[in-house]
Design a protein around this ligand. Sequence first.
Ligand code: DOR
Length: 437
Amino acid sequence: MPVPILIKNARCVSSQGIVQQDVLLVDGKISKTGQIDARQADQIIDASHLYLLPGALDPQVHFRDPGLTWKEDLRTGSMAAAAGGVTSFFDMPNTKPSTITIEAMQDRKQNASEKCVVNYNFFIGATSENIDVLNNVKNVAGIKIFMGSSTGDLLVSDPRELEEIFANGSRLIAVHAEDDDIINAAKEIYKNSTDFNDHQFVRPPEAALKATTLAVELSIKYQRRLHILHLTTQDEVRYLEIQKSKAPISAEVCPQHILLSAPFIYEKLGAYAQMNPPIRDMQHGEALWQGLVDGVIDCIATDHAPHTHEEKANPFGKAPAGMPGVETSLPLMLDRANRGMCKLEDVVKWMCEKPVELYKVKNKGHILEGYDADLVLVDMQQQKTIENGKLFTKVNWSPYDGWKTTGWPVTTIVNGHIVFQDGGIDEGVKGQEILIA
Ligand code: DOR
């Protein structure tokens, strides 16, 4: 059991506003808020110059464990999360073997319980043959469907097979929405290209819109809970604005699709800028930000998908797609709040409250009595430069290398234990399986 911790005078942030108060943590829970006598705690943190946020939940990461652990593993990925103020994550099924059976899911959870310094849960991957598993596996974030091929071999692109999954069961379905036929036709056109900027044309906006449209139509037909992962186009935002209310549909965006844009980022970073769905031009990025501000897009995820320098050194067409992000997403959003582009309250809504609400996570996402003591103290004045070689992610690079941002997590608390402080991780802290209602 953790020792009782009293956080004194913190500016506690929720989507509804900011309240300066004390917060007492006992036995891994928030036991009291308000004005609290210091004698009730064994450890006191003076937070009068800091903001206290609920720990962020990153609802889409690839921590590569098992099978691809030279890129990342549950230990390093969760350490990167802790350093970034992310106290909970949902990990994707494109591991080796893929997470598509009840046994594979049990193995991942067992592995996570030994290695993770933050809280965890996983998506079960859909294939054309595992519908029983999708509906019977216990306590998972949801079902992940790759409608277009990406890293790994998970793919369900046949509309009839997709319809069968939507028609049977009630668990949340999260889709990687890109149309595989459009991608394959475009790949043929660009097969001799050596220009990384063509990545955005190999996976064009039409591919994203077509797959999103199909998923939304199926969700409406069966009133099935649908979450659209990493939205990348203006077209999808416009489409969702009209369609979203017809069924229980939500959507997310990644910081990189807002903050990075083509063609500049491909000229600067080459393969390191490649991810699926791709970074597109600025017009799309601006529409995504507006979609988030307007509430058409509900939350932020990172799609943290590390690949090594050696892998990224391959030529266009051979280099894998994906970039790290779990360690930098909250700082990048805090920087945006500091620049007046949004409020701190919005950041908490998009990164803490909404993911918890959408995925029906129990007892997290708010600084309220009885909730889990997953918290992050943030110094909104602290300036730091994101630097390759100084990160916790195993690949140790970031597409934001060299970016100087203001507003950083200084202390991260998981289940009442301080896991990240003064730049270091306490590896003795262990995360827990996240419970889904
Ligand atoms: O760019 C991507 N990389 N997108 C995905 O959907 C998968 C991910 C990965 O696992 O590398």
